[in-house]
Design a protein. Sequence first.
Length: 305
Amino acid sequence: MIRRLALGLLGLLAVWLAVPAVANAGRLLEYERIAATGLPDQRLTIWLPPGYDRGQRRYPVLYMHDGHNLFDPAKSNFNKVWAADKAMLAAMRTGRVEPHIIVGIWAPGADRFRQYLPRSIHTPATGSLRAAMDAMTGGPVVSDAYLDWIAGPLKQWVDASFRTRPGRNDTAIVGSSMGGLMSCYAFLERPAVFGRAGCISSHWPAADPRAVGEANPDLIARWDQWFAARLGQPDGRRLWLDHGTATLDAFYAPYQTAIDARIAASGWQRGKDWESRVYPGAEHEENAWAARLPEVLGWLLRKPD
C-alpha cells in the first residue's frame, strides 16, 4: 500500500510505504523524498518491534545511519545488510535489552561523505590534511545541518508519531565507517539528546588513508583534543567503539588507541561507561558488522545495571 502524507514537524511531503509484517519479526515502514533544511533529500526505513501494534507500551529509539543497508538486501548497496532487526531480536532474547524502535536514515548517495564528516574535525584541519578531506567531500560539509535535523525535526516527528520514550538514556545512535564518526559526533555534540552511541569501524582517517598517511600525528591530536573538550563525564551515558583488522579497518588502530586513552583518562570506566573492541580478521563491510551487531546492541542498550 502506498499513500502520500504531510509530516508537519518535518515540513515535508513524503511517500509512505507499509511493508507487510512478518509474525514475531516486527514491521517496516518506509518514507521517501524527505526534504530537510540544508541537506540533500533524506529517506527513512523504520522498524517497529513485535507487539508494537497490540498495546500502548512506549519504546526507546535507536537511530542508525546508512538505513538502506540495514534490513533488505535488495535495497542495499552490496546485496548484504546489517540485519539490524534480527540483531535487535537477538539482543531482546537475552532479557537484558528492551525492544527498541529502529529509525534507519538512508545515506544520500554521493553526498554521504560530506553529510557524515564531523565539522568539528573538518573546519580546523589545514594543509594536506584539509586537502585530503576536501578531495572526498564533493561539496560543502553539512554534518552540522544533518545533526541539527536528526536531533531536532526528525526526533520531534518520531516522538510525536510513535509511542517512544524520548529521554536521553532511551535514545541511541549507531553507525559504521563514516557513520561511526557521525555517531560519535552526535554523542559528543548533543549529550542531552543521545545517551547511547555505537561507533563501529569508525573511519578515523576522515579521508583516503593513503592521502592522510598512516597514523597521522596531526589528525590523532585533533581527535584527542575533540574528545577531551567534548566528552564530559559519563552521567549514565554509554559509548561503544570497535574496529576489525582487515581492509580499511587495518588503518584504524593508532587512532582508536589514542581515543581509548583519552576516554579512560577522562574518568570513564571501561566495561561500564564505554567499551572498545578489536575483531581480528574482520573486514570493513556489512557482513562483519552484522556478525557483531547483536553483541554491540546487547552491551550498548542493556537495561541499567
